[in-house]
Design a protein around this ligand. Structure first.
Ligand SMILES: CC(C)(COP(=O)(O)OP(=O)(O)OC[C@H]1O[C@@H](n2cnc3c(N)ncnc32)[C@H](O)[C@@H]1OP(=O)(O)O)[C@@H](O)C(=O)NCCC(=O)NCCS
Length: 144
């Protein structure tokens, strides 16, 4: 909770998330438990650090599909940790939960995010709004 409150209270952290800094109470309401099981929240670990480096979540949008979001702390970005974490989440969603389709919707100009999702196996499926729609489909969903 301390880590989440620090992250989501920071303008830099929330800027790419499309949000505004939140109070500790708001963070607790939004990211700890309340939205389960529709939304599941995770901390992103990193082998090189004992402290988690970011936040990820998935949300159900149907029987075997849904979306994911991820934000790493500024110091953790650009080291390949995002695609690694995305692959781990996809393995869980496909292998354990049986999802056949996973989407993500980065801002079109967020080229690092678009590239990171591509590295994790997502492909662009729609480019019409401000957000890109990218999809990871059943043929690519890993089975554990
Ligand atoms: C998006 C995010 C999760 C990606 O994770 P990451 O660990 O930083 O990703 P990587 O280190 O693998 O870098 C992604 C790729 O983007 C490339 N990249 C970086 N900046 C770029 C730019 N301006 N234009 C094009 N490509 C760029 C990198 O070179 C890398 O590709 P490469 O490995 O082929 O060289 C992370 O940067 C983050 O949390 N950003 C802030 C929040 C955010 O944007 N979340 C996504 C919301 S959809």
């Amino acid at each position: 909770m301390d880590l989440l409150a620090q992250w989501f209270g920071s303008p830099d952290f929330v800027a790419c998330w499309g949000g505004v800094p939140m109070s500790r109470d708001q963070v607790a309401q939004m990211y700890v438990g309340r939205r389960r099981p529709h939304v599941e929240s995770y901390l992103v670990p990193a082998q090189c650090s004992g402290t988690p480096v970011g936040y990820a979540q998935y949300w159900h949008a149907g029987v075997a599909e849904g979306g994911v979001d991820m934000v790493l702390g500024p110091q953790a970005r650009g080291r390949g940790l995002g695609p690694d974490a995305a692959c781990a989440l996809l393995a869980h969603l496909g292998g354990n939960l049986g999802w056949r389709r996973v989407t993500v919707d980065p801002l079109r100009e967020n080229l690092r995010a678009v590239r990171a999702w591509e590295k994790a196996g997502f492909r662009k499926v729609s480019n019409e709004a401000d957000d890109l729609l990218m999809e990871f489909s059943s043929s690519a969903v890993r089975r554990e």
